[in-house]
Design a protein around this ligand. Structure first.
Ligand code: NI
Length: 159
């Protein structure tokens, strides 16, 4: 288990666009494993590679005891909308309301190199949308209403 240092808001790297992963090397697999460890250690629901300082299109998600590791995720289709509370491991102590698609379809490469497609709705759609935004240098606070300090009444997980 290896933890990586989290980049926080204000770090210019979080604003850059991540590059597609051409080959699933051992380095890439190690990075994904470290991202999972770092996410779980911080009790996050998702993490994108730029948050640990690597500009590669990689995201990990921990949702209802299911773990997703997505290489080169691409959102194909978005439907409907929902308003959800969001937080982010790179913006500690804050929370905000963001409008996201209610449902989406995402295509991605799995660690075994095969391409997969998945549909998601509700909270999982929010997390996927939030993490893919990170790969494009977008932070949830750019889109948030009522961006505010998190209080004890706010128990959302960090994405
Ligand atoms: Ni985030």
């Amino acid at each position: 288990m290896a933890l990586r240092n989290l980049r926080v808001d204000g770090d210019e790297l979080l604003r850059r666009k991540s590059r597609p992963v051409a080959d699933i090397t051992e380095n890439v697999k190690t990075l994904l494993g470290d991202m999972v460890d770092t996410m779980k250690n911080s009790k996050g629901a998702g993490l994108a590679a730029p948050q640990v300082g690597v500009l590669k299109r990689l995201i990990v998600i921990d949702h209802e005891d299911e773990l997703f590791q997505m290489i080169n995720p691409e959102i194909q289709l978005e439907e409907g909308s929902q308003d959800a509370e969001e937080a982010c491991l790179s913006i500690p102590g804050m929370i905000g309301t963001v409008t996201r698609p209610e449902k989406l379809t995402v295509a991605f490469t799995k660690t075994d190199g095969t391409r997969a497609e998945m549909s998601a709705e509700g909270r999982l759609a929010v997390i996927i949308s939030h993490e893919v935004d990170h790969l494009n240098g977008v932070l949830y606070r750019d889109k948030a209403r009522n961006f505010r300090l998190r209080t004890k009444e706010d128990d959302e997980e960090d994405d």
